[in-house]
Design a protein around this ligand. Structure first.
Ligand SMILES: Nc1ncnc2c1ncn2[C@@H]1O[C@H](COP(=O)(O)OP(=O)(O)O)[C@@H](O)[C@H]1O
Ligand SMILES: [Mg+2]
Length: 233
């Protein structure tokens, strides 16, 4: 499995999710994981460095890769149970090259207008990549959701906008919780900080859903009523 966590909006939680997923797979699914940092901002590489300075935390292999990364990723796929890629930033050769071999793509998105405005481009990118990688499975996951009950409608509307572009959306979300921010500071994860906590449960639930994603049918192209949806948010 090559799981690419990507998207173009900074701050949506790509690095955070990639890191927490890598820890979950390593610690709780007893899997071998190669974490690949494809983001020039190097957030995940910095995180792994802090992690490796802490002998109490499980070792996770991590490399930085940029450019035409396809063959390296396929090499890792043969040698590890999971390859998890933090692929942030703008549309790039690296992102497209990784998308050409990814088996699963997870796009974190906050239920906010600025994030939702990127959905159209993401859908376009994914459908283009599916021409050469038709078995790729993809989904959006809503992140940093407000937990106030009166904001629930906003989360549902945001999911609906993504679906209106023909993208699958996970039922699982992450709510806005300080533990995500606090744990990464030490190279740790929500699972290690509070294994019984709600954030740890969110990560497990996201991974379970991603693993159950099916290959989308051919008519990936949406019936585009999105502009109205965007206005509604
Ligand atoms: N569910 C969440 N709740 C609270 N803070 C979060 C959550 N997810 C991510 N964050 C925080 O938001 C910030 C940006 O996340 P990051 O993963 O670096 O985004 P990206 O890689 O998409 O730019 C980080 O400080 C991270 O700890
Ligand atoms: Mg990042």
């Amino acid at each position: 499995m090559i799981l690419l966590v990507g998207g173009e909006k900074g701050g949506s939680g790509k690095s955070c999710l990639a890191q927490n997923i890598a820890v979950h797979l390593t610690k709780e699914r007893d899997a071998s994981v190669m974490l690949v940092d494809c983001d020039p901002q190097k957030t995940t590489s910095d995180w792994i460095q802090s992690r490796h300075n802490n002998a109490d935390l499980d070792y996770i292999s991590c490399v930085q890769l940029f450019g035409k990364v396809r063959y390296e990723l396929q090499g890792f796929e043969r040698n590890y149970d999971y390859v998890v890629i933090d692929c942030g930033g703008r549309d790039s050769t690296t992102l497209r090259s990784a998308l050409s071999v990814a088996t699963h793509v997870l796009v974190p998105m906050r239920p906010k207008r600025r994030d939702l405005k990127t959905v159209e481009h993401i859908e376009d990118l994914i459908s283009t990549c599916k021409m050469i990688n038709p078995n790729m499975r993809e989904a959006v996951v809503m992140t940093q959701c407000p937990s106030l009950p009166n904001q629930a409608g906003r989360i549902l509307e945001s999911k609906e906008i993504c679906r209106s572009y023909g993208l699958s959306v996970l039922d699982s979300v992450t709510f806005s919780r300080n533990i995500y921010d606090d744990s990464e500071e030490m190279g740790s994860s929500v699972i290690e900080q509070d294994p019984k906590g709600k954030a740890a449960e969110e990560i497990r639930s996201i991974v379970s859903e991603v693993m159950q994603l099916q290959v989308e049918s051919e008519d990936h192209g949406p019936g585009r009523s999105q502009e109205n949806h965007l206005k509604a948010v």
